[in-house]
Design a protein around this ligand. Structure first.
Ligand SMILES: Nc1nc2c(c(=O)[nH]1)N[C@H]1C(S)=C(S)[C@@H](COP(=O)(O)OP(=O)(O)OC[C@H]3O[C@@H](n4cnc5c(=O)[nH]c(N)nc54)[C@H](O)[C@@H]3O)O[C@H]1N2
Ligand SMILES: Nc1nc2c(c(=O)[nH]1)N[C@H]1C(S)=C(S)[C@@H](COP(=O)(O)OP(=O)(O)OC[C@H]3O[C@@H](n4cnc5c(=O)[nH]c(N)nc54)[C@H](O)[C@@H]3O)O[C@H]1N2
Ligand code: SF4
Ligand SMILES: [Mo]
Length: 853
């Protein structure tokens, strides 16, 4: 069988994949060399997609409560509940909360149903948590939500500035492109991030900006560049609207180490071809829209836009965040880049022949859940997102979900934190089964194609929505036969923005055949110079926006949150992969050495993180990448895989006044040490959900590794499966090592507990667990009889190479990245560990320098 060309399930880079189906639910994944986003490259998450396509944990049948029902019964139930709420409370009591992980076709019909037929503006998306500030900044500056850059600009820029973007972890293939440009053309790299991330450690210049200090920084940068004659006066005069006194009002006050700031200004003056790539450190802020405009101002005023290698480049998170923005999935947009003016409403009503077009914008996510909590919304349909985890102040959101009398959840996974609040759960097709289009960060539309038959009774999201629409009496408006039919209608609808002078125009696809759609090759709408004939504003000019530095409160500890390299969001799919689970196994709270000392939380210990919203326990990781007063926690962990590490419970729900996007990266918090009575780890074949104050579970080869900590006595019987046990314990030290041998000679389970001592090395025990026979005596001793070579901390997941092995190779002369990769094979597959390899090289070189001196 030939490989099927499709698109990665994860980030907004939107890499093409060539998938070779090898069995009923198995597939070999390779990068698609012909795809313009990646030219064959993939990161770790894309590479290991094959480990996540099994049916483990899938929701395969419609469920009302805990009862499996037929599709007819489930759809009747959903439509019946919705009709009853509309009849009694009006359409505005109905809300949809959707996701950038839907395909464009799903998104299009959801938006059409909500805004045109149910008549509620209350359809918002998790893109509110992600891209809303960039959208608002684009609309203010360009008159349309358009990203004026392409990945190819990264190849030919002289200077790349990353603002609030951990690109090496979150957009790894875009990062590989930046790396290649640096190697080939000497492109300079600046990273603006409060943390020294792996991305920042690789930069020519890292600016550890204070949380939300970006507007001040970019205003000051523009001021300094202006003073050094770096403005493009002609571009400003001919193509921009500049508010009166704009330049004079810029303050030179940047709050950065003056030496670092001077280096930044020099780099900018010396390198006119500049791309500023920004993501959540910019967007997820109470001043996120202003940050976006401060960045765009800099590009407009210096003419660093609409030319190769230059522009403000907002990079999207989810695979189809962009498609959702295009069809109009945000509550404050109507459809297809149109807003709610009388003329726009009329055009849309006419196009859809909509009986109930909503009157105006609906509620944005945070307000939507407030209305749910207050009982104003009585019906909520959640699709392809997990708000019980990912919304800020998630405890409040859980209360709101619990109060709502009608919660419908469409998901691919049976047990999710949000699903536990559902009255009806609908099984959707997952990546590898669904079929449609996505748009990536650079406006390239690609096909996601099905690799496998639909499992169980799962159905496509667009189909489920149309099925419900039919039951509401709108069958003829939602009678699409396939995703191609939805795409044709959407493409036809883009004549409305095109007629309104906007760039979004897919009308050539309006009458494509099913075959055209099936064979669609990736294409970029708007082209590389989308604004070459002017911006989308009424007068065609770009707008500089006067933005003021953020002056919020800055004392006490603040919590910054974000992502791990190898996990995706709430881990429903990446958490299934043993390879991806190696990188970070627990929710770590990263604390600066000074704060750790002051608060008394040692590395590897535990701490309780508290805020006005809620609290959770984390494992502490002392990190010199953190600045004093700033903590970092991952967003990924959920009730399904951890007790503790629940970041969303702690984050505040303050939002940007323009975009409504939450400020996930700057919450006031407190930290107190937590000293458990005991600590333990457990290896089991089946997943466990222990009852103790802290636990976190990770997938390993052959089963699960669970870390635990708690008070009182540990309930061994609740943790271990039945069967013969072998045990070694030392009551005085509160130490126990228990194994459950398997009949066939392997290991069924093992538990290691201590009250005050050290726990043994996990990696050796883990290997025993996946081996066909286990050395039970050695397992009870907690170590191998003959000492094993210590490979050090795992660095390369793909080729299983540890830090000590790498250091050894460097000392043996593999003193450059290519050499080190060649000798050890590390970094030669997905490339995600290459930043760490580079850091190791630099560290060893520094150490050698010190010894010589
Ligand atoms: N591995 C992985 N990749 C992903 C995802 C994933 O879950 N896992 N999710 C995808 C999605 S949906 C998204 S939105 C993207 C997000 O991609 P990124 O935006 O790169 O990821 P984050 O870790 O959320 O945050 C980026 C950085 O912002 C910094 N930051 C915090 N506050 C500030 C500030 O005030 N100013 C500045 N300049 N920086 C600040 C943080 O320290 C952090 O390093 O990743 C996508 N890719
Ligand atoms: N603290 C903190 N919180 C954050 C962030 C942060 O940086 N810090 N970042 C925010 C950002 S940028 C984002 S994008 C969000 C992401 O947060 P979420 O969207 O809540 O996270 P996911 O785990 O991606 O949720 C997707 C859900 O849809 C299911 N699913 C997957 N594919 C399909 C499908 O095809 N159809 C259906 N119906 N379901 C499917 C998955 O099983 C999963 O339950 O989190 C936000 N929350
Ligand atoms: S960079 Fe990685 S996660 Fe993102 S699309 Fe490409 S392979 Fe997928
Ligand atoms: Mo996102």
């Amino acid at each position: 069988m030939p490989a099927i060309r499709t698109t990665c399930a994860y980030c907004g880079v939107g890499c093409g994949i060539a998938a070779q189906v090898t069995g009923e639910r198995s597939v070999t994944i390779k990068g698609d060399k012909r795809h313009p986003a990646n030219h064959g490259r993939l990161c770790s998450k894309g590479t290991y997609l094959g480990e996540t396509v099994g049916l483990e944990g899938r929701l395969l049948h419609p469920m009302i409560g805990d009862r499996q029902v037929s599709w007819n019964a489930a759809l009747d139930e959903v439509a019946g509940r919705m009709r009853a709420v509309i009849a009694e409370h009006g359409p505005e009591a109905v809300a949809f909360y959707v996701s950038g992980q839907l395909l464009t076709e799903d998104y299009y019909v959801a938006n059409k149903l909500a805004k045109g037929f149910v008549g509620t503006g209350n359809i918002d998306t998790n893109s509110r948590l992600c891209m809303a500030s960039a959208v608002a900044a684009h609309n203010r500056a360009f008159g349309e939500d358009v990203v004026p850059c392409s990945y190819a600009d990264l190849d030919c820029a002289d200077l790349v500035i990353l603002v609030g973007s951990n690109t090496a972890w979150c957009h790894p293939v875009a990062w590989q492109r930046i790396e290649a440009a640096r190697e080939k053309c000497g492109t300079k790299l600046v990273v603006i991030d409060p943390r020294r991330t792996e991305t920042a450690a690789m930069a020519d210049l890292h600016i550890p900006v204070s949380p939300d200090g970006d507007v001040a920084l970019f205003n000051a940068l523009l001021d300094a560049v202006a003073k050094r004659g770096g403005l493009d006066a002609q571009f400003m005069r001919d193509q921009c609207d500049v508010p009166d006194g704009f330049l004079q009002a810029l303050s030179g006050d940047h709050g950065i180490d003056p030496e670092l700031f001077a280096r930044l200004v020099d780099l900018v003056i010396e390198h006119p071809r500049t791309v500023t790539l920004f993501s959540q450190g910019a967007n997820q802020s109470v001043c996120g829209t202003d940050k976006g405009n401060a960045i765009i101002n800099f590009h407009l005023a210096t003419g660093r836009i609409n030319r190769p290698g230059a522009g403000p480049f907002s990079i999207t998170g989810q695979p189809n965040a962009m498609g959702g923005r295009e069809v109009g999935g945000l509550a404050n947009m109507l459809a297809c880049h149109l807003g709610f003016s009388e003329a726009e409403r009329e055009a849309v009503a006419d196009f859809w022949q909509a009986p109930n077009l909503c009157a105006g914008p609906g509620l944005k996510a945070v307000d939507l859940y407030r209305a749910l909590h207050a009982g104003r919304i009585k019906f909520l349909w959640v699709m392809a997102t997990n708000p019980a985890v990912s919304m800020p102040d998630a405890g409040f959101v859980r209360e709101a979900l619990a109060r709502c009398p009608n919660v419908i959840v469409s998901d691919v996974i049976a047990d999710t934190d949000t699903g536990s609040f559902a009255d009806v759960r609908l099984p959707a097709l997952a990546w590898g089964e669904k079929d449609g289009t996505v748009t990536n960060s650079e406006r390239t539309i690609s096909r996601q194609r099905a690799l496998f038959a639909a499992p169980g009774e799962a159905r496509a999201d667009w189909q489920i929505i149309c099925d419900v629409a039919g039951r509401l009496g709108y069958g003829s408006d939602f009678g699409f036969q396939n995703p191609a039919a939805v795409f044709r209608e959407y493409a036809a609808m883009t004549r409305l923005p095109a007629q309104a002078g906007k760039a979004l125009d897919l009308t050539p696809w309006a009458d494509c055949s099913d075959v055209d759609y099936d064979t669609m090759a990736p294409f970029q709408w708007g082209g590389r110079d989308v604004f070459k004939d002017g911006f989308s504003t009424p007068n065609g000019r770009g707008r500089l926006i006067a933005v003021k530095p953020w002056t919020g409160n800055r004392h006490g500890l603040v919590l910054n949150t974000g992502r791990y390299r190898d996990q995706w969001h709430t881990m429903t799919r990446t958490g299934l992969s043993a390879s991806l689970s190696k990188h970070r196994r627990e929710p770590l709270l990263e604390v600066s050495p000074g704060d750790a000392e002051r608060i008394g939380v040692p590395d590897g210990g535990f701490a309780r993180l508290r805020s006005a919203q809620g609290e959770s326990i984390f494992r502490v990781a002392v990190s010199d990448g953190q600045s004093q007063g700033e903590l970092f926690a991952p967003m990924h962990f959920t009730d399904q895989n951890a007790g503790g590490g629940r970041t969303g419970l702690v984050v505040h729900a303050a939002t940007d006044p323009v975009s409504g996007q939450p400020g996930f990266k700057n919450s006031a918090v407190e930290l107190v040490p937590y000293l458990p009575d005991w600590r333990a780890f457990l290896l089991t074949r089946k997943p466990v959900r222990p009852d103790c104050s802290y636990w976190a579970r990770a997938r390993i080869a052959g089963g699960w590794l669970t870390e635990l900590a708690g008070d009182g006595t540990i309930d061994v019987d609740a943790l271990l499966p039945g069967g013969v046990r072998r045990e070694v314990s030392d009551r005085a030290r509160g130490m126990a090592r228990i194994t459950v041998p398997a009949a066939a000679g392997g290991l069924e389970a093992a538990l290691y507990v201590t009250r005050s001592g050290r726990l043994p090395d996990r990696s050796w025990i883990e290997r025993q667990f996946s081996a066909p026979s286990a050395k039970i005596e050695e397992l009870l001793a907690g170590r191998p009889a003959t000492p094993q070579p210590d490979r050090g901390k795992l660095v390369c997941v793909c080729h299983d190479v540890g830090e000590k092995v790498l250091r050894g190779a460097i000392e043996q002369g593999a003193n450059s990245l290519p050499k080190l990769c060649e000798v050890t094979r590390a970094g030669t597959n997905c490339g995600s560990c290459r930043p760490i390899l580079a850091q190791l090289l630099a560290q060893v070189a520094d150490q050698e320098k010190e010894t010589v001196e």
